[in-house]
Design a protein around this ligand. Sequence first.
Ligand code: AMP
Ligand code: ZN
Length: 497
Amino acid sequence: MIKIYNTQTHQKEKFQSVELGKIGMYVCGPTVYNYIHIGNARTFISFDVIRRYLEWRGFKVTFVQNVTDVDDKIINKAKEEGRTPAEVAAEYTKAFIDDMHKAGVKDPDIRPKATEEIPAMIELVEDLIKGGHAYEVEGDVYFSVRSFPEYGKLSGRNIDEMESGHRELRADGQGIEDRKRDPLDFAVWKAAKPGEPCWDSPWGKGRPGWHLECSAMSRKYLGLPFDIHGGGADLVFPHHENEVAQSEAACGCTFANYWIHGGMLQINSEKMSKSLGNFLLLRDVLERTRPEVLRFLMLQTHYRSPLDFSDERLAEAEAGLSRIENTVKNLQWAIENAQDIPSPLKTKPLMAQVKDTRNEFIVTMDDDFNTAGALGIIFGFVNDLNSQIAGKTVSITDVPVLRGAYAVLVELMSVFGIMLEGEEEEVQYPDAVVPLAKELAGYTGANPAQAVSVLLDCRTEARANKNWALADQVRDGMKELGLIIEDTPQGPRVSVE
Ligand code: AMP
Ligand code: ZN
């Protein structure tokens, strides 16, 4: 049973998806006017791991992440550089996607750009006006905060104690405050200023407000209510509070069932900011660090806690990940060099440990994605394995259990987005072996190489238990997929026909 800490209710809740076996997930993307920093990367990596875990647990996840490609910051940068806002946005959108690929973050299923979704945004503003939740003033449209009595429920603020967070001046110098019916109201549509990007709308030329973008794009691609909405903790107020208000006011239903917010990344225990000179871009860190090591560092802290980044922690992460990688190499060596000798291992406890490690990993990650705890479990297993196999020649009878240990380490680390390369993964097995492993051996992952390994273990165990029918089912099922099992003195080997 998966439990998720929900910002809105301040407690861990049992997770239940709207549709059985499916999850709709929306995570706010970047405003593309600069390269992303490692704080942004922390949030995106946290949600990448959450998504990978939910997929590994068998959910079909639809992951939507927007790109905010029209915004004051983009317009200002374009002015400074004598370029168009579209040029600036295109450059940094590409840079963002490149950086995400370098960091091993999976692409979202849908990556809508604000500038390509204007009709959906206009439609939402129209719905709000029709419902009496928004009003127009000379081409601007404002959301009427007091028309939504539950305003403040996400961030736990009381509407009567709030001050307006929007003290902008218009081009004509008139304070926006003077134009709004209530200082708390915020813009959902902004009238065009000269020379700025704009689109036709029922209120004249203009562009959408930032908060509105996410409400419109999530509604369009996921439908309401959807399961999980995420972002960094700095977005809870006002961005997400405003998203809730607009979306729920317009549809009259719940917006998102679970709100997940990631903690902030700090550098040497200080806030990361340009003025403090401790501002690190993801691409610069990845010049000198393997992406797996950065990810490993991040996984050692729970996603909701503040994360302290420093060179010492990076070095510790390198050492920690190397320990796991070395164990995988040791396992490979032991498997390849097994001899026909009595086993020097405690094979029975090792077999139980392989299963326990996987089960404990699941229990720990089910508890609000406790990656730090799950890494602790993997470390416990790695320490035991090392003490048993390091520097030893093992028996050919140990090979199946060592293969199981290898498969479980590779599988669990891949859930974190860390691929431990090994020779075993070089062969390309057909995807159809995954459902076969699921049917015969209860495999829950999606990696064909691991599925083959799990099937081989299943057959070895079946033979040991004299369950010839199951052993034959495995061999015949694999043969149908062109995978031939050969029994060698080193254990079963698979060749692809
Ligand atoms: P932005 O482009 O500023 O909207 O940020 C994109 C994402 O990065 C949002 O989800 C922010 O919450 C997140 N973010 C910004 N700064 C940090 C930080 N220092 N640590 C963690 N996440 C951050
Ligand atoms: Zn958003």
